[in-house]
Design a protein around this ligand. Sequence first.
Ligand SMILES: NC(=O)c1ccc[n+]([C@@H]2O[C@H](COP(=O)([O-])OP(=O)(O)OC[C@H]3O[C@@H](n4cnc5c(N)ncnc54)[C@H](OP(=O)(O)O)[C@@H]3O)[C@@H](O)[C@H]2O)c1
Length: 289
Amino acid sequence: MILVTGASGKTGKSIVKKLAENGIPVRAMVRTSTQMEEMRKLGAKEAGIADMKDGISVNSIFKGVEKVYHICPNMSPDEESIGDLMIRAAQENGLSQFVYHSVLHPQVESMPHHWKKMHVEEKLMKSKLVFTILQPAAYMQNILGYWDKMMQGGVYEIPYSTRSQSSMIDLKDLAEVVFKVMTEPDHYYATYELCGCEQLSADQIAEIVSQKSGKKVVARDLDRNTWEIEMRSKNMAEYARETLLKMFQYYEQFDFIGNCNQLTWLLGRSPNTFGNFIEEFILENKIWE
Ligand SMILES: NC(=O)c1ccc[n+]([C@@H]2O[C@H](COP(=O)([O-])OP(=O)(O)OC[C@H]3O[C@@H](n4cnc5c(N)ncnc54)[C@H](OP(=O)(O)O)[C@@H]3O)[C@@H](O)[C@H]2O)c1
């Protein structure tokens, strides 16, 4: 049995689905009974409610599982203390592998959410647990959050330079790697950087979306003060707001690019391209209808 934490988020859903489709018994850790139902529909054998910030609750959901895939909630100020609780529960329950969902370039101290993941990686290395660390780049799926605005207004608007590049990964490729590293022993104590092979700017992303959808879309950078005012009005938590601002600043100055060799090797094929990803999305969602 594999425990997937943060199972009902964007990342968790794709991983639960992939493991379950491949016949792996999954226990999904969620927060509500509605999410439990959703996890069962995705194929999870079990779903249980637990609070990642509560040691007793975390320990009880670890009972009877062999391995864990740990996904911390996005922009969590508690990533390190949550990591401590997960590691302790894995040790106390004798897990045979701890796979940690980290991020590309956790070494970057000026992005607090990366730096916290670096510290969790270090804790794992000192834990005496059998670990595997995955360091994914930004997901192609993030762009879909802008889809309606792109199709309605013809604008892809982001709070950093539209020339800044990233080497995005398709979550489906990531899920395939998770299945592999959790079912083959060759990946014990490995750390893998997981990136697509393209280095795309927002301008290029808009161009590709235009070509594939037939709707002219242009990228535009949004002033970060305007973004911040909007997020305050939407009550975004202060840690998330400040951390995202630091991330945008970093992307603008340095891009967010890694290498696709490890992902290509793990998949045994080329990673998905962004153009193909958008084509698949259009087809799956019958967007022309
Ligand atoms: N997005 C990217 O491009 C990208 C790239 C690389 C790495 N990552 C990393 O991927 C991770 C996951 O991102 P995501 O967007 O999939 O996360 P997410 O949507 O925030 O999902 C995390 C899940 O954890 C649950 N959760 C929150 N607090 C909890 C608690 N105290 N106890 C139990 N469950 C709790 C949430 O439940 P509710 O739904 O009820 O809130 C949510 O379903 C993050 O650590 C992020 O840094 C993301």
